[in-house]
Design a binder for this molecule. Sequence first.
Ligand SMILES: [Zn+2]
Length: 483
Amino acid sequence: MKSFIYSFLILMSLASLSKAQLISPKNQYTRADTLRGMLSPLRTCYDINYYHLDVKIDIDQKLIGGSNEFVFTATQNFSKLQFDLFSNLKVDKVIYKGEEVPFSREFNAVFINFPKPIKKGTKDKFTVYYSGRPVIANNPPWDGGFIFKKDKNGKPWVSVACQGLGASSWWPNKDHQSDEVDSMLISISIPNGLKEISNGRLRSVQAKPTGYTQYNWFVANPINNYDVTFYIGDYAHWTDNYTGEKGQLSIDYWSLTADSAKARPHWDADVKPMLKCFEHWFGPYPFYEDGYKLVQAPHLGMEHQSAIAYGNEFKKGYLGSDLSGTGWGQKFDFITIHESGHEWFGNNITTKDIADMWVHEAFTTYSEALFVECQYGKKAGTDYVTGIRRNIQNDKPIIGPREVNKEGSGDMYYKGANMIYHIRQLMNDDEKFRSILRGMNKKFYHKTVTGKEIEQYLSQQSGLDLSTVFKQYLYQAAAPVYK
Ligand SMILES: [Zn+2]
């Protein structure tokens, strides 16, 4: 995500900023932004290996409560560290080696003081217990938070989307994109009678006291915090299989029971052709161990790893409209294709700082054009990517300010995709271009990167000096000048 409407939201928010703020953007950023966006020694001192998130969701009261276990490796000697949890949620206690340890809070950061220094190289753990009322999204997925809805039959339909806002809006973690766990257990307890879906594979379902059921989902691959999610509702479930480059890939579909008749043929039309096309261009689906899932969500969509959020109302295009104005955008479901493209660009290759979010969105938007090309030929794909140029704003640079958890221009989508297309044209060798896209997903497999690393990779592998291309598309607001 976030895409089309997002551009309008950016323009609206820019309009509301004063002229002085626009002239010196640094003044906009606060101590709270820095605590969230900067990699201070209190964060680099530990490398996260594993989380066990265990949360109960009280739908009636809109309250959550539970714990998260942090298993980490010390990268240096330290006795204090930072984790993150929004200040509207209470830290009930922090337990280390069976004892409560003191902590302090500043904005959305929490600092733990350990009784003895933890030595470099040690693998250790602590557990944070917390509770409270999570942020509720006003306009998901663009502004993040919880979504409490009812389906057509009046049954609860609850989920969360928190890209940008941060996973620390609903669970305690080291909320910086540069550090991903190697694996994670997600335990969500919900009222009996509903179903719950999270990332990864379902390990067990357990009855809990007082009318609750706990679903335990295990993610076997590295996952970024904002991808961790849950979907609660009256869901129907069916499965399929895809024979791909790494063998058998399980496909799980979860739609609301009320929509399953519509969902089956609609999703069938796009999912396997998409997997075939994207594996051809980008290499094997990056999360075979966790499978591929498409889950109907109470918001438009999000790239939740191995559990893609889908809310495009079973329509073609973007809620029925064609972003390219060429007709090709009406031939596929935008959310299925775009959010699945993020499995390679965003989830497999993740940027350390969201200032470089173009790496996620430029390649993923270009993946839409490649899907059109796979299905309808090269000219159709070209028409699509040139068609979406009409959405470019040229309002500000695509790369955002660093270390304050802020994105750059929404042009990272359409202008970013056209930059990738421009590089393909400059190379004039489609097989080599494809080998670069596949090579990226191999070299940076399950890794976090800087935008610069991707720039360097593209220049080195193409054998072209692309510095002017990057400068014009990414670092300045104005439209690039073709020579
Ligand atoms: Zn996206």
